[in-house]
Structure formats: structure tokens, C-alpha cells
Design a protein around this ligand. Structure first.
Ligand code: PLP
Length: 397
């Protein structure tokens, strides 16, 4: 027996090897500050667990395949704050943004098709597309430009007759880029001219620290081709709830994807009840969280750019920074930090960025940092990273 070629084409997770280095460091009594993972530490609004504790039903039934109507209504209302005017039948609840992404690929692509994605990109885009036989055509973006999009011609040159969609996260994981209205207009024009779907992963919508945030779903010319992927995971620090959603004004798409939702029957009933309460959370919560992350970003960024040779524009969104380092191999640097470096028994773990690129050779000298620690710990971690980098550069001259 063999496993499928599709799954064989998905590479194993590269972070596992690094985690064994981290485990070894901890066994030796070192404290490791994890800047490598995107699991937020913010407390989940209490309404979520309260709703679950107060559940009175005697049979835990399947919920409707499209999702609980009250949750759909809560999301519809929430979107009006962003000038997104979806109707209830234009929204579906999914098992996290992850299922929304996978089901979207299955609904709009056939095997052998491809989607355009700005790189570096969220690595699960690769895993999901590969596992359904879809290729990614990467649009390379650069640290020097703050990972903003290249010009229209360069993007269009990646389109062929198998191209079905353009997929991006905005604000971006791993780069923290927030696209300008002009960039989104350009993407919209390309999608119209080449008849492409637009898959807009907006799970970090609230995590924008300066400038205006525009959802591509608000642009009139693409209203029929935009698919918005969303999730409570990051917004309400509820990653374990596994509640995401999809929104689209395209009827055939919604009818198609509903077949997949019906086949998997339901999203967890209790978590949907909890999520309804999340959407009732006072706006001050999101404001406070935004302010907290803005401070964290500043702490980390300001320390990082003190090292000569580090290339990194201040990112405007999400909770990540990708920095180009004056090193040959960020993977080697990360292992060295874990096994050979500490300050008073403490070290840091960044995430080498190569895995966020598809084009061979790119990202080898870059790291992604997630600022999901409180400012006190983060400040320590940032100092350790800076001094670690300076020491490493002296040793490897
Ligand atoms: C975290 C994340 C998701 C999905 O997360 P879920 O927990 O499955 O909702 C999707 N896209 C990006 C860019 C993410 O960072």
C-alpha cells in the first residue's frame, strides 16, 4: 500500500527538528523565549466559556451544516463595521479559517490548476493546495520594500490558463504587511481582466497599527469574485475554538461549497454558541488588544534594527515581523541560539523563514518573529536576540 502522491508532495514540517533543539536547551535548564509560533497569549473573552458552561440541552445535536443562524447573523452585523454588506445566506461557518481555505480550494480549483500567492506566505497555503493537487505560482515580495506587492506586469506574468485565483492574507502572515487601497485596486483590476477569484484571508483584520485598513471585499468591481476567509482564532484569542467562516456574494460558489459543508455535517455546536458571545464582546476589548500588540511590535522592531545589516521595514499589521539578517543561514543561526548561546541561562527561538517561500533559495537568511509575549518578556527576548545576533556575527566573520 502507498500513500497518495498528493500527500507525498507535502513536505514534512521543518519546525519539528528545531523543536528538538529547543527541547534539548530546556533539558539543560535554559529558558527559551518562543518567538517562533503565532499562538497569542491574550485572555479569551469570558463570554465564550460562560455560554458553553450554561448550555442546557440534553442532546448535543448536529448544528445546521451552514452554521448556527445566530452566529451567522452576528458575523453579518460585525461585517457592517467594515462596510462589508453580506446577507445571511452569503456567510457559512467553518471549522476554523483552515477548513474555509481547504474547502475554497476544492470548490474553485481542479487538479493541476494553480493560484497566485504573494511569497513569503502562510505555509499552510502550500500544504492545503498541494494536498488537493493545486500548485502555487508565487509572486515574490521583498524585505527591502516591506513585502508590498510588485507592479502589475510582474504579477500578470505569473498568470497562465490554469490560474484560477489570487490568494493572500491581509494583514499578512508571516510579513505583517498591510496592503494599501492602491495595491488592492491593482489586484482587483488583475482579477477582473483575467477572470480570477480573489481569496482574501482577513483573519488579522483588527491587527492594524497605522494607516487605513481596506478589505478588498469593499471594492465594487470584484464583489462577485471575492471570497473572504475569516476566523475567531486571532481576533478573540480563541484558536482552540476552531470557528471560522467564509463570505461570498457568488451564488454558484456558495452552492458548491455548501455541498462540502453538508458532507462534513456540522461545525461543533457548543463552540458556535461560545463564538456568538465573542462577537458581542465590547469594542474596547479589540482596541486594548490592538494597543498591546502595537507596543509589542515597537519593542521588538526597535531592538532588532539596532543591529547593522538587518533589513526590515516596520510592519503595520498582524503580529509578525520578517527580517533579513546579515547571516548565511538563518536555520544555522537559530540552532546556534538554542544550543550555544544564552544570557543568564535564557535564549530565544525565532522561526527561520525559508519555509514561507516556495522559490528555492529565498528566505534562507531571514527569520520570522511572532510578538505574542507580554512586553516585559518580549523586551528581554528582543535583547537576547540582538546580542545573540551580534555575537554570532563576530564568531562567523
Ligand atoms: C491562523 C491563520 C489561519 C487560520 O487559523 P484557524 O485557527 O484555522 O482559524 C488562516 N490564515 C492565516 C494567515 C493564519 O495566520
Amino acid at each position: 500500500m502507498n500513500i497518495s502522491k498528493r500527500i507525498q508532495s507535502v513536505p514534512p514540517s521543518t519546525i519539528m527538528e528545531l523543536l528538538t533543539f529547543a527541547a534539548k536547551a530546556k533539558n539543560q535548564g535554559k529558558k527559551v523565549y518562543h518567538l517562533n509560533i503565532g499562538q497569542p497569549d491574550i485572555i479569551t473573552p469570558e463570554g465564550f466559556l460562560k455560554a458553553i458552561r450554561e448550555y442546557k440541552g440534553e442532546v448535543l445535536e448536529y448544528a445546521l451544516s451552514e452554521g448556527l443562524p445566530e452566529l451567522i447573523e452576528a458575523i453579518r452585523k460585525y461585517y457592517t463595521n467594515y462596510n462589508l454588506d453580506f446577507k445571511n445566506d452569503e456567510i457559512l461557518i467553518t471549522n476554523g479559517g483552515s477548513e474555509a481555505l481547504l474547502f475554497t480550494m476544492l470548490t474553485i480549483c481542479d487538479e493541476g490548476d494553480n493560484v497566485l500567492v504573494p511569497e513569503p506566505f502562510y505555509s499552510n497555503y502550500f500544504n492545503f493546495s498541494k494536498s488537493v493537487g493545486v500548485n502555487i505560482n508565487p509572486i515574490t515580495t521583498l524585505a527591502e520594500n516591506g513585502f508590498h506587492l510588485p507592479g502589475k506586469e510582474e504579477i500578470v506574468s505569473k498568470i497562465n490558463d490554469k490560474t484560477k485565483a489570487i490568494l493572500f492574507s491581509n494583514p499578512g502572515n508571516p510579513t505583517g504587511v498591510v496592503y494599501t487601497k492602491e495595491e488592492l485596486e491593482m489586484v482587483a483590476d488583475i482579477a477582473v481582466e483575467h477572470n480570477l477569484w480573489i481569496i482574501a484571508d482577513e483573519v488579522y483584520r483588527e491587527f492594524v497599527y497605522e494607516g487605513e485598513y481596506v478589505s478588498i471585499g469593499t471594492l465594487d468591481k470584484v464583489k462577485d469574485r471575492v471570497i473572504i476567509v475569516d476566523s475567531v482564532s486571532k481576533r478573540y484569542s480563541a484558536c482552540g475554538a476552531r470557528i471560522g467562516s467564509l463570505a461570498s456574494k457568488n451564488k454558484p460558489f456558495m452552492e458548491g461549497i455548501l455541498k462540502l459543508c453538508q458532507a462534513r455535517l456540522s461545525v461543533p455546536t457548543l463552540e458556535q454558541l461560545g463564538a456568538i458571545e465573542l462577537y458581542k464582546t465590547d469594542n474596547s476589548y479589540l482596541k486594548e488588544v490592538n494597543e498591546e500588540y502595537r507596543q509589542r511590535r515597537d519593542v521588538l522592531y526597535n531592538e532588532l534594527i539596532k543591529v547593522p545589516g538587518v533589513i526590515c521595514k516596520k510592519p503595520s499589521g498582524a503580529f509578525y515581523i520578517v527580517a533579513k539578517l546579515p547571516v548565511k543561514d538563518a536555520d544555522h543561526f537559530t540552532k546556534w541560539l538554542l544550543s550555544d548561546f544564552d544570557i543568564n541561562g535564557e535564549t530565544v527561538m525565532p522561526c527561520p523563514a525559508e519555509g514561507f517561500y516556495q522559490t528555492p533559495g529565498l528566505g534562507v537568511d531571514e527569520i520570522r518573529l511572532a510578538y505574542v509575549l507580554n512586553t516585559k518578556d518580549l523586551s528581554k527576548a528582543a535583547t537576547i536576540l540582538k546580542e545573540g545576533l551580534e555575537t554570532y556575527l563576530k564568531l562567523n566573520k
